[in-house]
Design a protein around this ligand. Sequence first.
Ligand SMILES: Nc1ncnc2c1ncn2[C@@H]1O[C@H](COP(=O)(O)OP(=O)(O)O)[C@@H](O)[C@H]1O
Ligand SMILES: [Mg+2]
Length: 302
Amino acid sequence: MKRAWLVTNEFLNTQKYSELNMWLVKVAEKNNIDLLVKTNAELLVDLGSNHTIQNMIEVEKPEFVLFWDKDIRLASFLESLSMKVFNSSKAIEICDNKAMTHIALKQKNIKMPKTILAPMTYENIGFTNYDFVERMKKQLSYPIVVKECFGSFGQQVYLVHDDVELMRCIEKIGAKPFLFQEYIKSSFARDIRLNVVGDQVVATMYRYSDTGDFRANISNGGKMKPFKPTKQQVQLAVDCVKALGLDFAGVDLLFDVNEEPIVCEVNSNAHFKNIYDCTGVDVAEHILGYICNKLKLVNESV
Ligand SMILES: Nc1ncnc2c1ncn2[C@@H]1O[C@H](COP(=O)(O)OP(=O)(O)O)[C@@H](O)[C@H]1O
Ligand SMILES: [Mg+2]
């Protein structure tokens, strides 16, 4: 049996996460891979004299690393030791930061809502003037979506309706990076999540909310149903994955006024439980199968 590592975050240790880890381990077993779980604290990066990780690699000989976290410093270090890391540190880094995601997608002319990046500031300084807000308001009209660059489950995404709400929101975000975005009204409380593995969309769900909230995230009260994507939606999702250098991802698409797809965001570590419950498709199986195939690891399972 070949070995591989599953890197997880030491501090995300709720039952939900350990279930996902066990799920991946079981699926790997089916592919004849012994997937050894390592947390990012276990794999402590010591750039000095200590060669703990190198020794572990020599002893355990992992064929690849399934990197199920966003600790890009560790992912990058593992790559520097010639480990094959999925997704790559660079792809995870771009995806984790919504501003960087939009910059990369823009370069490939991928359709997205109008997006304006707030200028960066320092925690001990804040914004000393709001001229950039005035310039932004010439491009976007209320309601406006404000998104922190780092966030998930819809928790750092806000809809502001006027100057007072906008300034309150900016103040609350503080010195954290964020962006302003055109609100796609036609996609109110609904979007689609497509799980892409390699150049295939393997599962899709429609997410909608009836709570009055504009966000469709399941963890924010949204509901889900299986969905058959159009050719255009499939193409857009696959284009995003390519543009960002990902091996697999969960792509969120919105509906524009003509029901045409428009990219919302791309997740490098999309959870696969909801999509499984919704569609019966085990995305983890597709991911492990894809990696084994890419690395030409013989799948000896029956
Ligand atoms: N520009 C937008 N217009 C309309 N709805 C949006 C827009 N951006 C995000 N949403 C809604 O908010 C949800 C959360 O936004 P998203 O960027 O996916 O952040 P998160 O990483 O927290 O999921 C989306 O699933 C979608 O329903
Ligand atoms: Mg999302």
